[in-house]
Design a protein around this ligand. Structure first.
Ligand SMILES: Cc1cc2nc3c(=O)[nH]c(=O)nc-3n(C[C@H](O)[C@H](O)[C@H](O)COP(=O)(O)OP(=O)(O)OC[C@H]3O[C@@H](n4cnc5c(N)ncnc54)[C@H](O)[C@@H]3O)c2cc1C
Length: 373
């Protein structure tokens, strides 16, 4: 790299770990390029826009519904987002619904934990971080190959269609599918990173098990007033794990003043049962309709007064939650010789806090080496 030029780092993935990492790097004077498969930023902190037949729009946080923070390092970052209006507290009561007795129990058990949401959608945080000064984002672009050019001491990124995505002094990969063997199964292609040349990252050659989840997006023309809380877990249900009233979050609106949007999450066991029938292939839309019916049926069978929804659609999260964390105390993986950092919730803990912490740590690794960039 010639002197006077900013070091260039590519971040693969614009989920919260990649977005946090990119924003820290850019704030330190690194020129960051984010490459993201999806149409926008967010990853599993996404928001989905749906349109009713009459043209009215509905928005659902169909991935992470909210997050909480216990780690002080992460709290510092989240407080700065709160000050910028990117997140707000969702000051509602949560509880549980016990299927075996068909009653709400443990109301407000989690009430003391501050619940944060992105405003106006869960993806707002990633969107803002990925458009900060010094960050360029290429959406709708999948990295197909990450090549380390020994002779030039640079990374070269190639898109899935063979397009040249540029050359970089350092690289951050924020999705386990970029490196894990599951990627091979899902796409029929080898993973973008060849691990054989990075013995430091040998831990990645193991499969990283994940738990899957289906999310059911529901809209009702009237509030579900018999439900005493805005979020609750299900005890003793084989099919449902959580329900959230999405439209009760700050900064949200529904299609009409009385309308309520809810998101239901399936149990991992139910999702596993459905997905194991289709393997890693995408579920057909007919199969997703059947999933939607199963989840709604379970919701209605609670005995809670659940009217007929004006909208319902299921979404499959094949890799919703990593079942292990492989980053150890570092909370990320790092190949110093090649300036390659791997981050994401699978390196720390299977939640937003873990992903943020991992993104912070990956940025520190890259910056720790910045004098050599
Ligand atoms: C249904 C559901 C409920 C959840 N509930 C909660 C909760 O209540 N509280 C909580 O804290 N957390 C929750 N989580 C977990 C939380 O969403 C995740 O831990 C966190 O968002 C992970 O962020 P990440 O950056 O590690 O990964 P991701 O968000 O998955 O980001 C990785 C990104 O990389 C992109 N990518 C992958 N491969 C490539 C490639 N080859 N080229 C380019 N881009 C690529 C992907 O498209 C994706 O955008 C939930 C998740 C789900 C799905």
């Amino acid at each position: 790299m010639s002197s006077g030029t900013l070091p260039k780092v590519a971040v693969i993935g614009s989920g919260i770990s990649g977005a946090v990492c990119a924003s820290i790097l850019a704030a330190s004077g690194v020129s960051v390029t984010i490459v993201e498969t999806g149409r926008g930023a967010g990853g599993r902190m996404s928001q989905r826009r749906e349109t009713l037949e009459d043209g009215r729009e509905l928005y659902f946080d169909h991935g992470a519904p909210y997050f909480s923070v216990t780690d002080n390092e992460v709290l510092g970052v989240v407080s700065s987002w709160e000050a910028r209006g990117l997140v707000a507290e969702w000051p509602v009561m949560f509880g549980s619904f016990d299927w075996s007795v068909r009653k709400f129990v443990d109301l407000d058990k989690e009430g003391r934990t501050k619940k944060y949401v992105g405003v106006p959608g869960m993806n707002s945080i990633c969107k803002a971080l990925c458009s900060e000064s010094g960050v360029e984002a290429k959406y709708g672009t999948t990295v197909g190959k990450m090549n380390w050019l020994h002779d030039r001491n640079l990374w070269s990124l190639i898109g899935l269609d063979g397009q040249d995505l540029g050359q970089f002094d350092g690289l951050v990969a924020s999705d386990k599918n970029v490196v894990s063997s599951r990627f091979t199964g899902a796409t029929g292609r080898p993973p973008p990173l060849d691990l054989a040349s990075s013995p430091e990252l040998a831990i990645l050659s193991q499969d990283i098990p994940v738990n899957s989840c289906f999310a059911l997006m529901l809209a009702f023309s009237e509030p579900l007033s018999s439900i005493p809380v805005k979020g609750f877990s299900f005890k003793n249900s084989q099919i449902l794990s959580w329900a959230y009233c999405d439209s009760s979050k700050p900064g949200r609106s529904c299609a009409s003043p009385n309308c309520e949007c809810w998101v239901l999450h399936s149990t991992a066991e139910y999702a596993h049962g459905v997905i194991s029938k289709t393997g890693l292939k995408k579920l057909s839309s007919d199969a997703l309709v059947e999933v939607a019916k199963d989840l709604l049926h379970e919701f209605q069978n609670t005995g809670i007064n659940v009217p007929h929804p004006i909208f319902m659609k299921a979404h499959r999260w094949g890799s919703a939650f990593p079942a292990i964390a492989i980053g150890g105390n570092e909370k990320c993986l790092w190949d110093q010789n090649k300036r390659l950092a791997i981050c994401g919730d699978f390196c720390a803990s299977p939640n937003v806090q873990g992903a943020v912490l991992s993104g912070i740590r990956a940025a520190s690794k890259i910056l720790g080496k910045s004098s050599n960039l």
